[in-house]
Ligand binder design. Structure first.
Ligand code: SAM
Ligand code: SF4
Length: 330
């Protein structure tokens, strides 16, 4: 699958649910209305949809959400996708999670073929964690992270950088990740979805964070990449890796190899644009075979835009894109 700008689309992110057991302030409003069940693809439909993408050359799939591990029976999807790793055409199956369910699920994920996961953890401070997630407790996530490590999963910690919230914690997080062998990836807040409060208050440019980190740590440039938008450095003192995702201050679109599908089967060709394609119709259309579904996918890929135009609208304080990250999948 090659898009109009010559980029090979080989990476699919699948949001398996819009629901979550937390309410992170940058991600969701406190009183979210979730989708009715009839609109949500079944796990079997999600598997069939992923199969169609794999048939078109997608070789990496990341399950996300919402919180992917709160979807009932999600392990059956993980297992059926895991069975496609190798000869089935899939190179890698990964997951982004808030970690709350990992204590009971990490072993099963590994057994199904998952080898790397991203866990979102913005802070190591219990009170800040409770404030950012609106009601979460930090212990299940921390226990989950160590359960994942014990199960043999490589863990990358994702932290959203927020002004006045966790900006003084990054030294501690670099040290903690280095100590436990986790990669760390810092993310700028993106203007996605209506939330409570003002995004301008939260926005912290990572260029500032990086300069501050350099006062204590030696950050060595690397050409390491996971195929994503993060720019990685090695922390000389710990040997760990730290990545920076800077959607607002740096354009990462030239090498974009990914598309995203929501749990309702809507395909978004760009995280920062509204154009989409409905794949649930083709999926549920009895008259359409796998090829028909693949035609719908290819038609959508031919509309993949060159890049996003994220900007926090400082005049009207509106998000650039109205859907939440929990809908599109982070
Ligand atoms: N619930 C899972 C989790 O938290 O990892 C998976 C879904 S979550 C939407 C995926 C990632 O998106 C998380 O790392 C989260 O911090 C990030 N995210 C959510 N809203 C964001 C925003 N407005 N700007 C930047 N990152 C955001
Ligand atoms: Fe839930 Fe993840 Fe969004 Fe936090 S970032 S509210 S954990 S979906």
């Amino acid at each position: 699958m090659i898009d109009p700008f010559g980029r090979r689309i080989s990476y699919l992110r699948v949001s398996v649910t819009d629901r979550c057991d937390l309410r992170c302030v940058y991600c969701m409003a406190e009183d979210m209305t979730f989708l009715p069940k009839a609109e949500i693809l079944t796990l079997e439909e999600l598997d069939r949809l992923c199969g169609a993408f794999i048939g078109l050359g997608v070789d990496r799939i990341r399950l996300t959400g919402g919180e992917p591990l709160v979807r009932k029976n999600v392990l059956s999807l993980v297992r059926s996708l895991g069975a496609r790793i190798g000869a089935g055409g899939l190179h890698e199956l990964t997951l982004t999670t808030n970690g709350t369910q990992l204590v009971r699920m990490a072993g099963d994920l590994h057994a199904a073929g998952v080898r790397r996961i991203n866990v979102s953890l913005d802070t190591l401070d219990p009170a800040t964690f409770a404030a950012v997630t609106r009601w979460g407790k930090i212990e299940p996530t921390l226990d989950g992270i160590f359960a994942a490590k014990a199960a043999g999963l490589a863990v990358k910690i994702n932290a959203v950088a927020m002004k006045g919230v966790n900006e003084d914690e990054f030294d501690r997080m670099v040290a903690w990740c280095g100590e436990h062998g986790f990669d760390l990836c810092l993310i700028e807040t993106m203007p996605l979805g209506e939330i409570t409060g003002d995004r301008n208050d939260q926005y912290l440019p990572l260029s500032t964070v990086r300069s501050k980190l350099r006062e204590r740590w030696t950050l060595q440039e690397t050409d390491y990449t996971t195929g994503g938008p993060a720019r990685y450095f090695t922390v000389a003192e710990t040997g760990g890796r730290i990545g920076f995702i800077t959607p607002l201050t740096h354009n990462f679109c030239e090498s974009c190899n990914r598309v995203r599908v929501t749990c309702t089967g809507t395909l978004y060709m760009c995280l920062g644009q509204d154009d989409s394609a409905d794949l649930r119709g083709p999926l549920r259309n009895q008259d359409l075979d796998r090829e028909g579904l693949q035609q719908a996918i290819l038609e959508a890929i031919s509309r993949k835009p060159k890049g996003h135009d994220f900007v926090i609208d400082r005049v009207r304080n509106r998000p650039a894109v109205s859907r939440h990250m929990s809908v599109t999948g982070g």
